[in-house]
Design a protein around this ligand. Structure first.
Ligand SMILES: [Zn+2]
Length: 224
């Protein structure tokens, strides 16, 4: 697997600080699983963050913060964010096949065995349920060979990891393992390669934003 497109530094910093919405952190974890270069960069940011913390004088916690932190670290809660916690560097085995290891416990190991739902002409989806209170939405999209998705923006951060096939847009060509780390200003018009379908894992910052994206993408296709 040759990876050309990586997580950007802001995303890695957000991940290191634990500030990335869970859906985006999940896609980042799946990329980290296959990308030694981003794992190295994340390790450096973690060390930098740790070093900075050591030089900050302790301050009393504000009202309620210690309780909120205690509740976050309660076992139940931590268990409910397994994708986020793995972050690619704690897992022992390597990803085999098309499904990244952090994702396997949620969808198994075969993309073809999933119950795909029709979403639009040429596009099917499989929604991945995140634990309640998770921020953002996570889904797989399966787009037919040669399909062009009309020019659109996103209205929020979006992370896309390619699992099968490839597409290209003005940012380059994206194949398996590549991640498209788009901020809300980025507009693009992706076109799937002619010789095969493309399956990608997509996280959007807020669930509602996917609907906005969807309507913008589908409007030219369906005339709604
Ligand atoms: Zn990378």
């Amino acid at each position: 697997m040759t990876i050309t497109h990586h997580l950007d530094e802001a995303t890695l910093m957000g991940l290191s600080a634990g500030a990335l919405p869970e859906a985006l952190a999940s896609v980042a974890a799946c990329h980290l699983d296959v990308c030694p270069s981003c794992r190295k960069q994340l390790g450096e940011l973690d060390m930098l963050g740790g070093a900075l913390l050591e030089h900050i004088d302790p301050q009393p916690l504000s009202d309620g913060l210690s309780e909120r932190m205690a509740s976050y670290f309660r076992d139940d809660n931590v268990r409910s964010f397994p994708l986020h916690r793995t972050r690619g560097r704690h897992n022992n085995g390597k990803t085999r096949g098309e499904v990244p290891k952090p994702l396997q416990r949620f969808i198994g190991t075969s993309l073809d065995d999933l119950q795909w739902q029709w979403l639009a002409p040429g596009i099917r989806q499989y929604a991945i349920k995140l634990p309640d209170e998770s921020r953002g939405s996570l889904r797989l999209l399966r787009i037919k060979a040669g399909m062009r998705i009309p020019e659109h923006g996103h209205g929020g951060s979006e992370l896309t990891l390619i699992l099968r096939g490839a597409y290209h847009d003005r940012f380059g060509r994206f194949g398996p393992g590549d991640v498209a780390d788009l901020d809300e200003d980025a507009e693009h018009e992706p076109r799937v390669d002619k010789d095969g379908e493309c399956i990608c894992l997509v996280a959007t910052e807020e669930a509602a934003r996917f609907k906005g994206l969807l309507s913008r993408v589908l409007q030219p296709l369906t005339g709604i």
